[in-house]
Ligand binder design. Structure first.
Ligand code: GLY
Length: 373
């Protein structure tokens, strides 16, 4: 399959094949959304964000955009085509017949919303009310890709109702305590119920014929089942990571780097019985290096483990946040060319380098990396 930057082609089957075309988010207008059931369960109990909502301070938007733009320049210099979403006015109320909320969220992390599998880009259901309309920021791009690539499939998962029946009221308290949260998440008693299919795209790892999906706060078992029915030629495997009191999005927990190699957050190890599938197919799962920081930046939802939220450009090259010295050192020792990318100012807007991007084209086709079933 030949590719040129001026001819759109959607194709990406995994997290590591040579990257040629990607979407990078924007921080413009990013908001801290008001309380709602799923979001409250995720905001850490000790977080400076509890009880706040509204537009993020402009100087933080500017600082984040500066780092996003410089990341874009790094990618472009390496010959990668980069497209950007169209922000909405996120500081406005949105509603459906079932609920209303005062603000939206933003469009910094396309990885949460868009799932590219082969020639298809699928809009996820999402599981927060404040993110229900976020797909609209990507529609201009998706329409363009659809017009320019006759083989592109533009799909959208069924929009969820997101009534209170989707959420466990047990999580409504902000005084649950980490110990109880860890017990609940180990027991797979997550904030989302199985009322209807829910998934965020960032809970899905693409590994050729296998899709590895985190069951947690943002993706429920019905969502995983929906993905299995929607991608019948794939093997869809549910995983969960005890040790994470706020389990959303797999990409600060379990990060495949190249065929046969994954780094796993040592505080959130894949349980033994789920590990076997990887090991019997000769995959190595190594503990990720510790983060360089003790706390996340201000007003940030994510944990310090965004250190391992890296963007693989090809099986020998990886972008890592520039202050994450231990993660860079580990990847260097594992044989990668490491590209340092300053990105901490963007974290609060929705995550790290993997979160902030969405694949459009990687060279290569769908391979089976797990032949031993
Ligand atoms: N799940 C994202 C984080 O660890 O912050």
């Amino acid at each position: 399959m030949s590719w040129s930057p001026d001819k759109t082609k959607v194709n990406s089957w995994n997290e590591w094949d040579p990257l040629k075309h990607i979407i990078v988010g924007r921080a413009d207008g990013g908001c801290i959304p008001p309380p709602e059931p799923a979001l409250d369960a995720k905001v850490p109990e000790e977080s400076d964000m509890r009880g706040m909502f509204g537009p993020r301070p402009q100087h933080t938007v500017d600082a984040a955009n500066e780092q996003l733009d410089s990341f874009v320049s790094i990618l472009k210099k390496r010959g990668i085509r980069v497209d950007r979403p169209d922000p909405l006015d996120f500081n406005q109320p949105t509603a459906t017949p079932d609920w209303q909320t005062e603000t939206m969220f933003g469009c910094m992390p396309p990885r949460d919303v868009l799932l590219t599998i082969g020639s298809e880009i699928l809009e996820a259901t999402m599981s927060y009310r404040c993110r229900w309309f976020e797909y609209l920021c990507y529609r201009p791009l998706l329409q363009r890709f659809y017009n320019e690539d006759p083989a592109m499939r533009h799909e959208a998962a069924p929009k969820p109702r997101l009534t209170d029946a989707d959420y466990r009221s047990d999580y409504l308290s902000d005084r649950i305590g980490v110990e109880k949260r860890l017990q609940w998440t180990a027991d797979k008693f997550f904030v989302t119920t199985d009322e209807e299919p829910l998934f965020d795209a960032a809970d899905v790892l693409r590994m050729g014929r296998d899709l590895v999906v985190q069951h947690g706060f943002t993706t429920n078992l019905k969502g995983i089942d929906w993905l299995a029915r929607h991608f019948p030629d794939h093997r869809v495997r549910a995983v969960n990571f005890p040790g994470d009191p706020y389990p959303i999005h797999i990409d600060a927990t379990f990060t495949p780097l190249r065929p046969g190699l994954i780094i796993n957050n040592p505080q959130r190890r894949l349980p033994e019985e789920q590990r076997d599938y990887f090991l019997r197919n000769d995959w190595e799962i190594v503990d990720a290096a510790p983060p360089a920081h003790q706390i996340p930046p201000p007003l940030c939802y994510s944990s310090v483990w965004l250190s391992m939220n890296v963007l693989v450009l090809d099986p020998k090259t990886v972008c890592v946040e520039a202050s994450e010295v231990y993660q860079m050192e580990q990847l260097d020792k594992l044989g990668f060319e490491v590209i340092p990318v300053p990105f901490r100012d963007a974290y609060a807007f929705g995550g790290g380098l993997h979160c902030a991007t969405g694949d459009v084209y990687r060279e290569g086709d769908c391979q089976d990396y797990f032949p031993k079933q």
